[in-house]
Design a protein around this ligand. Sequence first.
Ligand code: ATP
Ligand code: MG
Length: 395
Amino acid sequence: MADYDTVLVRFGELSTKGKNRKDFINRLFRNIQYMLRDFEELEYRKAYDRIYIRLNGADHEKIREKLQKVFGISSFSFTEKVEPTMEAITAACLRIAENSGAKTFKMITKRHDKTFPLRSDDINRQTASVILKNTGLKVDVHDPELPIRVEVRSEAAYITSEKIAGAGGYPAGINGKVLLMLSGGIDSPVAAYQLMKRGLNVEAVHFASPPYTSENARNKVLTLAGMVSEYQGRMKVHIINFTDLQLNIYKTAGDPYAVTLMRRMMFRLAEQIAQKNGCIAIGTGESIGQVASQTLESIACINDAVRIPVLRPLICHDKLEIIALANKIGTYETSILPYEDCCTIFDPKNPVTKPTVEKAEYFEKMFDWQSLIEAALADEETAVVQPPRNEESFL
Ligand code: ATP
Ligand code: MG
């Protein structure tokens, strides 16, 4: 085993400069510390283009698993930190080669400290010749089994043979706030994840219809919110009692237009909550064609009810792709728990697939939805969820 004692975190291509770059790194630094908050032994250091985490004996596998969830990291490596001298660098490279069990290797050096006496090529050549002399490994520059990476910096050199892909994206929270409509289904938690990956801070709104929807259904939504909040820290969830609006819609519009009207009301409520809470857009888990309310015509008719931008990260995803993502982020099993949500209870038999704004407005003129919206907003409840410190408690 190599003596990996330090994780080196890379941020990838930052198109932003100056203050934005500083914000990016500061936020990433905080997000990493948050993700690794259970590991008190870690020590952190941030530099212009890297973040370093001293492991102090922490479990590599657990750290790897957590770091792979932090948005804004392009890649990271467990490295051995040594003195920035050729003796120390060569010894570490040789140790890694000897313990690797590989047959071929390649040296890849980056000399960030331009005052270091040897150039990258020379460092590659010198370390490679020591490895060739002392081990059975051969050089393969095209497809080496063991790429040995050396980063020479003024304070230390970092040696590693692995480069782990990060989650990519932007550090959650640097790109503004969005209000996601969160149901208990499969799609919207995945949408939350996608929005966070673009650096957005996600707040959620959930529409519940008690007593038609149960306490279990509501808790399921909060559990899902807690699960995805891991990617950003904590999440505010607004819970809106939708029962009166829903009953009035069914009384007025009847079957085919009920879902259209319901969704126009949800969007109107979301728009107001977004504006009140500094959210610049609303988000949904909609995907073209998935159900009657997600035909292009339906989406257009529903969207007509609001002016705020609507982000739909899953719009072109197939259900199977969404399920794969839900499995990856761990929400799938919870999402498929069979608790009723407000749409399944008032499930119309023949929802219109090509609704028009004129027809929707025709039905909306027949009842005082404005007052019902006001009442629903006045009755709002807010919860703040956090991922439990110990993930087992999700089960
Ligand atoms: P999901 O799997 O996320 O429930 P779905 O395929 O069941 O989505 P719909 O029920 O048509 O689709 O809902 C589409 C989107 O509308 C959801 O992804 C979600 O963003 C929002 N939405 C639906 N129901 C609710 C609700 N009760 N509360 C908040 N948002 C909702
Ligand atoms: Mg749903």
